[in-house]
Design a protein around this ligand. Structure first.
Ligand code: AMP
Length: 214
């Protein structure tokens, strides 16, 4: 099964992709995670991407398409993949179609998480993760059980994404509306778009997605 999880920053694409990955044995391909790994390693791509990401803008299409195409090649032979954060522009969507065509594959579904912008600002600016094990938390909606200690591993150091500041979140939402939202009608025309209510509780969103896929 070949899926795209689609929606603005903070919609829950990463959370839902991880759940589907575990439940359906699919590989999660997150361009945001790949870029953060490039930035952390100090690679040439990471150096180019860092300031763009911290400004909340989109990394140029050609860099993204180069980066993801080898990952899509690597995922061949698996049960399928879930694209999380890609495609984000019409040229990226066309490049994806061409990549899949070349392999005789096609997207089964594009799942749109429908959410409210103002709620996304609160969701994103409050999130943090354990520096040791990566468990995700939110200061209001999902705090650690004991203040300052990770529930999963007991770690006491936490990270926040560099682009999760109020100012950058506004820029990321603007980039979404200007460059990414036009993909909704692109996918609608192809007939594989499926919308779910991303404002529901996390388990409920997972249930909606699973029901829609079944
Ligand atoms: P995400 O983790 O998906 O929120 O992505 C974090 C940041 O990485 C975005 O704000 C962009 O700067 C960059 N990024 C991730 N995926 C893409 C993409 N498909 N096209 C362009 N930029 C991307």
């Amino acid at each position: 099964m070949y899926l795209v999880l689609f929606g603005p920053p903070g919609a829950g694409k990463g959370t839902q992709a991880k759940r589907l990955e575990a439940a359906c044995h699919l590989v999660q391909l997150s361009t945001g995670d790949m870029l953060r790994a490039e930035v952390a390693s100090g690679s040439a791509l990471g150096i180019k991407a860092k300031d763009i990401m911290e400004a909340g803008k989109l990394v140029p299409d050609e860099l993204i398409v180069d980066m993801i195409s080898s990952r899509i090649d690597d995922a061949e032979g698996e049960a399928g993949f879930i694209l999380d954060g890609f495609p984000r522009t019409i040229p990226q969507a066309r490049a994806l179609d061409a990549m899949l065509d070349g392999k005789g594959l096609k997207l089964d579904r594009v799942i749109e998480l429908r959410v409210d912008d103002e709620a996304m600002v609160e969701r994103i600016t409050g999130r943090f993760s354990c520096a040791s094990c990566g468990a995700n938390y939110h200061q209001k909606f999902n705090p650690t059980k004991v203040a300052g200690l990770c529930d999963a591993c007991g770690g006491d150091r936490f990270d926040r994404r560099a682009d999760d500041t109020m100012e950058t979140v506004r820029a990321r939402l603007k980039a979404y509306h200007d460059q990414t939202a036009p993909l909704i009608s692109y996918f609608e025309k192809k007939g594989n778009l499926l919308s779910v209510d991303g404002m529901a509780a996390i388990d409920d969103v997972t249930r909606q997605i699973r029901e829609a896929l079944d």
